[in-house]
Design a protein around this ligand. Structure first.
Ligand SMILES: Cc1cc2nc3c(=O)[nH]c(=O)nc-3n(C[C@H](O)[C@H](O)[C@H](O)COP(=O)(O)O)c2cc1C
Length: 194
């Protein structure tokens, strides 16, 4: 039986662990499958289950790196904002992660739920992935950088016009235990009415 204290500890010790902090070893695919299974149990209004995932690992990471760098180059060359350093980062940085999971939000045909609720459900799924990573000693973080907000990137991740790419989860074996997190007191953010 899971105790309330174990849940408190899991939530509080969850940390974002970034690529530079990974050893380069591979995370077991079975743990990644468990993360996705747990993601699938996130709350979802009207059971639309809007989360979609594309998991990149091994050669797949190279394909992701090339695709995102190409998309970046095409879009930014057209609008005049291209930066070589950014392009090189998009090409090289993915190799530091064991797995990269693209996070998509799929709109249901009837649009029965407001978009903000669908995005909320997907971020709940992301939290389940984060917590599963913590429980397994896996480094994990959500990135909303790179091509996340490029319309032109959606197709590569199997998303349509109405859907949204919401970011990328990076996974790796952490070199060391992450430092303690910091938060301001919850008392500053809560009003009780009784
Ligand atoms: C919606 C969202 C987007 C994020 N995007 C990025 C990002 O693009 N780059 C990054 O380094 N961290 C990103 N993060 C991770 C935050 O940096 C991290 O959660 C924050 O530093 C708090 O640390 P903790 O997760 O260890 O508590 C994102 C987190 C969330 C919730």
């Amino acid at each position: 039986m899971i105790t309330p204290q174990q849940v408190n500890d899991l939530i509080k010790t969850r940390r974002s662990v970034f690529q530079q902090q990974y050893t380069g070893e591979k995370v077991d695919d079975a743990i990644v499958r468990q993360m996705l299974e747990n993601a699938n149990w996130a709350p979802t209004h009207k059971l639309t289950e809007p989360w979609r995932f594309v998991v990149f690992t091994g050669e797949g990471i190279k394909k992701l790196a090339q695709a995102q760098a190409d998309i970046y180059k095409k879009v930014t060359t057209a609008d005049g904002t291209f930066k070589e350093e950014r392009f090189q980062n998009l090409l090289s940085k993915p190799a530091l992660s064991s797995h990269i999971i693209a996070i998509g939000m799929k709109r249901d045909g009837k649009k029965s739920v407001p978009e903000i609720e669908e995005a909320g459900a997907v971020f709940c799924a992301v939290q389940n992935i984060y917590l599963t990573a913590t429980a397994n000693g896996i480094g994990c973080y959500l990135s909303t950088g790179g091509v996340t907000y490029f319309e032109e990137a959606k197709e590569f991740f199997g998303l349509g016009k109405e859907d949204k790419l919401l970011g990328f989860i990076h996974l790796g074996i952490p070199r060391e235990a992450p430092p303690q997190g910091r938060r301001k007191s919850i008392d500053e953010k809560v009003t009780w009415v009784s």
